[in-house]
Every structure is written in C-alpha cells, then in structure tokens.
Design a binder for this molecule. Structure first.
Ligand code: RBF
Length: 368
C-alpha cells in the first residue's frame, strides 16, 4: 500500500514535473523562436573605419542610420509585438591594420544581423566574412562591389563632386574680387592618404575642374599620412601658401581642421568636400560640394528594416539623382563669392544637372 501509494505519489509528481518541464521548454522555445524571428533583421552595427569626429562622411553615416532606427522604432505600434531595432556605433580607430580583426570580432560576436559601413576599402574586408558568417548582411556606402548576395553597395559620383570642387577653386584663384586671390594660378588638394578613388577619380577630376575654369592653372597634391593630425595638416597648408597656393581642398578627416586653422591664420581659401563646410571659416570657404550620405544612410537603413535591400547590387548616384550637390543656397556662398564668379560656377553645375556635361570613366563629355 505504502509502496503503491508512494509510487503513485512519485508517479504523479514525476508527471507533474515532466509536464512543467515540457511547458517550460515549449514556452522557452516559443519565446526564443519569437525572439529569433523578431531579431532576425533588427540588430544593426555601424562600423566606423576611423573615428566619427572630424570626418563628415562618418558623421553623416552614423546620424543617418541612428535616425532611421529611431523613426522605425517610433512607428511601431505597441500591439505589433515586434522587437525594436537597435543600433550600435563602433569606431574602429585610425590604425587601419586593426580594422579587419575588429570587423571579424564584430561579425563573430553574433550580436548583429547587419553591419553598415562606409569607405572604398570595406568590400575586400567584408567578402571573406560573408562566407564565414552566412546570414550576416553588409551595407557599404562610398564603396563598390556587385555580385555578393550578402553585400549591397552605394557609391557617389565623385567625378562630379571633385570636378565641381575643382571648378570653384579654378574660378576663385583668378577672381578679380576675392581679397586673398593672388596672381599665381595655383591651387592644391591635401589628402590624408593615397587610395585608388583619390588617385584615379578625385585628384584627376579636381584637376580637370580647375583647368576647365582656368586653363594653365596648376594643382599641387600633398599627403598628410593619416586622417587625424591637424598640426601636420596646418604645416602642409602653410608651406603650400608660401609657394603661392591660394585655394586648398582638404580631404583629410580631422587633419583638415589644421588646414582651416592655417587659412584663418594666413588668409587663403578652402573648397570644401562631403558636407556643407561654409560655417567652418566664414568668408574663407568658397564652396561646398556635398554627398548626401546622411539621407542615403537613412534610406538604406529604412529599406533594410523593411526587408527591401537589393543585395548583390552596386548603385552609383550623383548630381542627377540628387545625392551629389553643389551648395548654392547657403548665405555664406552668396556673401563670400561675387556674383561674377558664382555665375560661372553655377552655369557648369547646371550643365551637369541638365545632362549636358557628363563626367565619369575618366571622361568629360560636353554634349552641347
Ligand atoms: N574619409 C574621412 O573623412 N575620414 C576618414 O577617416 C577616412 N578614412 C579612409 C580610409 C580609407 C582606407 C579610405 C580608402 C578612405 C577613407 N576616407 C576617409 C575617404 C572617404 O572614403 C572619401 O573618399 C572622402 O571622404 C571623400 O569623399
């Protein structure tokens, strides 16, 4: 009896325990299944190859992604039961030798479903990771790679961007009204480092723009050696000024701040790149040729959250698509450059907008 009773009790306890266990397992399965389903496309890492501060391309990247995620989360109704999207910005720092290891660690953490980044060196770092970590997606701006079904890229037409920056510099260096324009027809590009897009597109098209505005003008090219050293940037700018350069295009991240400081100290002009830089040195910045990276980062992130990313594709966008823009409406553009100079620059920009001046593939085609 005893034994039977005990056995019965033991049996019912065991059954209860089993039931409870099964319920717990089922519940946790459902929970993790649900979490997995919800999380499957919502954990985003912004991988910054460098540091955000001082680099317009990275500021626009992180701002655009963050605001897309915030808007997406705000749009979710509480009844949706959908996990909110998350975004984490990770700065890889200025030691480029460490980027690959840091990117691999990020992928291996399993904490992210999509990594978004920006600069032309990223595709080759990401391709091996798409094989190692299937399911992980990459969206790369300011980069180009087609044919990998875990990677989508968008590049800007930097032939147009550099040509406009050069044209403005070429006009300014011979301006009759700009106080710091000297008699030498000399401008310069200071780059943080040499890289294929710089050597094959930005410098050549900057030069073409300068010489289209002012035949016979010369373009000096100098390299800082990193994307952060403002005092080196200033030192290079000073020596260029002493050689007769009166307009400089800095593409140097934080080192560009040194070029601005030198312009304020000595009196020369800046043709700015990537974002609107007029307010950096009012009266000395003669132009800003921007890439709409914040809007692009917002749009590609929103597409991703809506499962609309076209992986495997490489998009190129420029002036006519509205993602490369010469800033004409800033009051500082209007007050810094005289009308006679602006009308020359604006006419060339209009030709690009209207499709009469086609820039790219190492060509300048004027079809008027
Ligand atoms: N641009 C920046 O503004 N800041 C950077 O730290 C930066 N790092 C770069 C590193 C590499 C390896 C390469 C290839 C480009 C880098 N760029 C950087 C340049 C950027 O991609 C772009 O060409 C310029 O901003 C001009 O649009």
């Amino acid at each position: 009896m005893h034994i039977t009773k005990n056995t019965r009790i033991t049996k019912s306890v065991a059954a209860l325990v089993l039931l409870l266990l099964a319920a717990t397992v089922l519940a946790s399965c459902a929970k993790s299944g649900e979490a997995a389903a919800n999380k499957a496309s919502l954990r985003i890492a912004v991988f910054v190859p460098g540091v955000v501060s001082g680099s317009p391309v990275y500021e626009m990247l992180s701002e655009g992604v963050t605001s897309a995620v915030n808007d997406w989360n705000a749009s979710l109704s509480s009844e949706d039961g959908v996990t909110q999207a998350t975004v984490t910005v990770i700065e890889a720092g200025t030691n480029q030798a460490e980027w690959s290891g840091k990117l691999t660690a990020l992928a291996a953490s399993g904490d992210y479903d999509m990594i978004i980044s920006s600069n032309p060196s990223l595709p080759e770092l990401c391709v091996p990771l798409t094989e190692q970590f299937p399911g992980l997606k990459f969206i790369l701006l300011d980069a180009e790679l087609a044919g990998n079904d875990a990677i989508a890229t968008v590049q800007y037409n930097q032939s147009e961007q550099a040509y406009m920056a050069g044209y403005a510099a070429g006009v300014a260096t011979v301006s009759a009204e700009l106080a710091f324009a000297n008699a030498d027809k000399k401008v310069a590009l200071i780059s943080a480092q040499e890289y294929p897009v710089m050597n094959d597109i930005i410098l050549p098209y900057f030069t073409k723009g300068v010489q289209a505005a002012t035949p016979g003008a010369s373009v000096e090219f100098r390299v800082v050696g990193n994307w952060y050293d403002a005092s080196k940037g200033a030192e290079i700018a000073r020596s260029l000024y002493n050689e007769g350069v009166d307009v400089i295009l800095p593409i140097a991240g934080g080192a560009g701040q040194g070029v601005i400081a030198a312009a304020q100290e000595l009196g020369f002009y800046i043709t700015w790149f990537d974002d609107n830089g007029f307010s950096q040195a009012p009266g000395l910045v003669i132009s800003s040729t921007v890439m709409e990276q914040k809007r692009m980062a917002y749009e590609v992130t929103t597409d991703y959250l809506n499962d609309k990313t076209a992986y495997g594709t490489a998009r190129t966008v420029g002036v006519r698509e509205g993602y490369v823009r010469f800033v004409q409406d800033d009051p500082l553009y209007l007050s810094t450059l005289p009308e006679s100079d602006r009308s020359r620059i604006d006419a060339v920009y209009k030709d690009i907008q209207d499709g009469f001046l086609v820039l790219g593939n190492n060509n300048v085609v004027n079809i008027r």
